[in-house]
Design a protein around this ligand. Structure first.
Ligand code: NAD
Ligand code: ZN
Length: 254
């Protein structure tokens, strides 16, 4: 526990709210844990997480997509269709409220599910990409995501661009460079970030997690301990959907 961290749960909520209220440039940094209450499993969830399925994990690479795109798409498309149908939960909504009221300057997310935008967040950096469209591996044209759904239904995977090239999801796979939003987020943070609200991230996926290091101080909200808990100003072990609305209510009540 870092110096100044308090053991009392209610006091931690107040401390987090106070830090946010006093911040001049606060950002949220979110991971898969902010979306589990929307029905999307995180990487490490026992039984359902990607890491409990070694086949899926080995397929989540740029090489696997290039070597066997049909296998890649057959494995991931059903999951992504669930992501696209999911609805924001109270944690996404609380973050959007905090931005609308001028407390947060934006949300930096590792998630590809698009739920922050769906909840109303305006400034969202999707450092691992998103599922709003596909992009051609050859000519870089974009295409509607539904093209992949149609190809799955018609048995014509992988989806193809008008130029004949393979359409791929606009997400960052293992071994690939980060999405342009990663550099944009870093440039924003270089301008200053006095408080970072970290919600639902194991903080074990790099380089995304390195962005937290740009903040003068950070608050961690996560179900389980993270490797950076000892450096956080406030750590709250709880569910994002429960904790975030409470913090937002405290911040916005004054
Ligand atoms: P992670 O799976 O490594 O860790 C998620 C963390 O969230 C865990 O520490 C877990 O204890 C915590 N958590 C789970 N449910 C929670 C809840 N309701 N409230 C609070 N905490 C909760 O996720 P990560 O840190 O984002 O990194 C994994 C990678 O997985 C990311 O790169 C991300 O792109 C990708 N991913 C994204 C999605 C998505 O788009 N929703 C889903 C799965 C994985
Ligand atoms: Zn093309």
């Amino acid at each position: 526990m870092a110096a100044g961290q308090t053991k009392n749960a209610a006091a931690r909520l107040f401390q987090a709210a106070e830090l946010l209220r006093q911040a001049s440039r606060a950002y949220a940094f979110t991971g898969a844990g902010v979306s589990t209450e929307s029905g999307i499993p995180d990487f490490r969830a026992p039984g359902t997480g990607l890491w409990s399925n070694p086949e899926l994990l080995s397929l989540a690479t740029g090489d696997a997509l290039r070597q066997d795109p049909v296998r890649f798409y057959s494995a991931f498309l059903p999951q992504w269709l669930r992501y696209r149908k999911a609805e924001p939960n109270p944690a996404h909504k609380a973050l959007a409220d905090l931005e609308a009221k001028g407390i947060l300057s934006g949300v930096i997310t590792q998630n590809i599910d698009g739920l922050h935008r769906k909840a109303g967040s305006q400034t969202v950096y999707e450092v691992h990409g998103h599922l709003r469209h596909l992009v051609c591996s050859d000519c870089c044209e974009t295409a509607n995501f539904e093209v992949a759904v149609a190809a799955l239904q018609q048995g014509t995977l992988p989806p193809r661009c008008r130029c004949g090239g393979m359409l791929r999801p606009d997400v960052v796979l293992f071994g690939e460079t980060m999405a342009p939003d990663f550099d944009r987020a870093m440039a924003e943070l270089h301008q200053g970030c006095d408080v970072m609200l970290v919600v639902g991230s194991s903080l074990k996926v790099f380089p995304a997690a390195s962005l937290v290091g740009f903040a003068d101080c950070f608050i961690i909200i996560n179900l389980e301990p993270t490797p950076l808990d000892h450096r956080a100003a406030v750590v709250i072990h709880g569910s994002a959907g429960d904790v975030m609305p409470r913090i937002a209510a405290l911040v916005l009540s004054q």
